[in-house]
Design a protein around this ligand. Structure first.
Ligand SMILES: Nc1ncnc2c1ncn2[C@@H]1O[C@H](COP(=O)(O)OP(=O)(O)OP(=O)(O)O)[C@@H](O)[C@H]1O
Ligand SMILES: [Mg+2]
Length: 326
């Protein structure tokens, strides 16, 4: 099954300032501010929703096609993704803008000064699915994850025109979307995915009740953080799936993306919704235990065993067969 993952591709540059911002900021001088903080630690993390999600799927042996816009600085990141099994041939490279970047400095009190540069992501609206569908000889399923708002709308429209089943994943972009934009994104979607907060926001923005959302989208997944996930389907009983307890807490960044990776891998293998969510929950646990959204590692046997410990031997056997292990 050919899965295409569209959305943001970005890097986070995280610095630590071993002092207090407040000691360098003068209230009376804010009009003509010019400060520089001497950071003693820099970490560059690969991220962006679409990149994280494709990376996770590739860790489970799939070869998803990543679709998004980057800048001429993408070479290193591309080779990382290629090396880890992601198809990056349909990533659009802007000649003018750099890859989206989040730059954040944290002081010793935990205060943060951050800037997000969307950069090349704005060019994602220029991407057309036609040539990608031709290169891949068909797209069986497409994910629309957070991206330039124009790109998200265009991808949804093109999926409807081309009859490509898609998952609508507005995530953090929801807060800047109006009623029409949300309705447009979910129209014709095969699946809507959101967390609890986003679920409430969808109802607020659209004025639709949960029932009315299900009349538009046949499957809706709501992730509930450490409480698991709820899957509602039109005309069927809801399914609840628990979590895989983390062995240690390192950094929750990317946990939602990891759940999506596992869920989509399950779909690509033809699993039912419950199994898909169990695979998502297992992958999410690895991310919680690791600093950075693409730094976790596991063996396929280890993954299947861990899933089996929580969800039972049938679940383990089914997943192990897809991972081609005993
Ligand atoms: N502390 C945890 N321990 C184990 N699993 C977790 C934990 N938190 C989240 N998960 C798993 O990850 C899934 C997604 O989590 P969550 O609902 O927090 O996503 P999110 O709010 O979209 O996250 P993000 O901050 O990445 O956007 C949950 O359904 C669950 O399976
Ligand atoms: Mg999220």
């Amino acid at each position: 099954m050919q899965v295409v993952v569209t959305g943001s591709i970005a890097t986070d540059h995280l610095m630590v300032f071993p002092g207090r911002f407040a000691d360098s900021l003068m209230k009376e001088q804010l009009e003509s501010i010019s400060v520089s903080f001497l950071a003693n630690h820099l970490e560059v993390r690969r991220g962006g929703s679409a990149a994280n999600i494709s990376f996770g799927m590739a860790q489970l042996g799939l070869h998803p096609a990543l679709v998004g816009a980057v800048g001429p600085d993408f070479d290193d990141y591309r080779s990382w993704l290629d090396r880890h099994g992601v198809d990056t041939d349909s990533v659009h490279v802007s000649e003018v803008h750099q890859t989206a970047r989040f730059v954040c400095t944290t002081d010793e009190d935990g205060n943060q000064i951050a800037t997000f540069y969307a950069g090349a992501m704005a060019d994602a609206k220029l991407i057309e699915l036609g040539p990608i569908e031709a290169r891949l000889e068909g797209i069986d399923f497409l994910l629309i994850s957070p991206n330039d708002p124009g790109a998200m709308a265009n991808h949804a429209e093109e999926c409807r025109q081309r009859n490509i089943p898609f998952m609508a994943d507005p995530s953090q972009q929801l807060s800047s979307m109006n009623q029409d934009e949300v309705l447009n994104l979910i129209e014709g979607a095969a699946i809507l995915i959101n967390n609890e907060y986003e679920s409430a926001l969808i109802h607020e923005r659209t004025g639709l009740s949960a029932q009315e959302v299900l009349e538009r989208v046949p499957v809706r997944i709501t992730t509930l953080g450490a409480k698991g996930a709820l899957i509602e389907r039109r005309g069927e009983e809801p399914v609840e799936v628990g979590v895989v307890l983390e062995k240690r807490k390192a950094d929750p960044t990317g946990v939602g993306d990891a759940f999506r990776s596992g869920y989509l891998a399950g779909m690509a293998w033809g699993c039912d919704v419950e199994r898909c969510a169990q695979i998502g929950a297992t992958l999410a646990a690895y991310v919680v235990e690791t600093v950075g959204p693409q730094e976790y590692q596991f063996s396929h046997a280890g993954f299947a065993d861990r899933l089996g410990e929580v969800f039972g031997s049938d679940a383990r056997a089914e997943v192990a067969a897809h991972l081609k292990i005993a």
